[in-house]
Design a protein around this ligand. Structure first.
Ligand code: GDP
Ligand code: MG
Length: 176
């Protein structure tokens, strides 16, 4: 018989990626359904937000951690990765450097995270078509290379934000 999903499980989920890609904005959009223009980059120690995501008839509990300040030093501590169940890895579609840095983030993730960690690659700021520096197919190709799912999101318009977290929750449920 299929395993029974443990509804008490809390899945530690971490937002990672360069400073300015929109990690905090994505979490605010997911949590509160709004976009607050302006940078949150000075914010340190936001900690985590608990969210419940329904998948089938099961409530998947996500404890979502936002990283702030650590990004520019690449010192998101290794212990921090070690007990992560899921990682949402973001770049900004208007920033080539944030896209180029994804490989370095993935190297670090593969070094320090659990081998079965759920990873999803997100190209954020999809609303900024005029400033686009990275085509969608470049994101898709990189994701395919690392065998991770990919979506373009906008923390501003909310496009694909629910979908991204729901996809992570589904994958966590499948792997449990
Ligand atoms: P973080 O450093 O990764 O947490 O990024 P922030 O959430 O602080 O966002 C950095 C900047 O990008 C801020 O000025 C945000 O308002 C802006 N921003 C974040 N996400 C989006 C988005 O999806 N679209 C647009 N247009 N701007 C965004
Ligand atoms: Mg932030």
């Amino acid at each position: 018989s299929p395993p029974i999903y443990d509804e008490e499980l809390v899945h530690k989920t971490i937002l990672v990626g360069d400073s300015g890609v929109g990690k905090t904005s994505l979490l605010v959009q997911f949590d509160q359904g709004k976009f607050i223009p302006g940078s949150f980059s000075a914010t340190v120690g936001i900690g985590f937000t608990n969210k419940v995501v329904p998948v089938d008839n099961v409530k998947i509990k996500l404890q979502i951690w936002d990283t702030a300040g650590q990004e520019r030093f690449r010192s998101v501590t290794h212990a921090y990765y070690r007990d992560a169940h899921a990682l949402l890895l973001l770049y900004d579609i208007t920033s080539k450097s944030s896209f180029d840095n994804i490989r370095a983030w993935l190297t670090e993730i593969h070094e320090y995270a659990q081998s079965d960690v759920v990873i999803m690659l997100l190209g954020n700021k999809a609303d900024m078509s005029s400033g686009r520096a990275i085509r969608r197919d470049q994101g898709e190709r990189l994701a395919r290379e690392y065998s991770v799912p990919f979506m373009e999101t906008s923390a501003k318009t909310g496009v694909n934000v629910q979908l991204a977290f729901t996809a992570v929750a589904k994958e966590l449920k499948h792997r449990a």
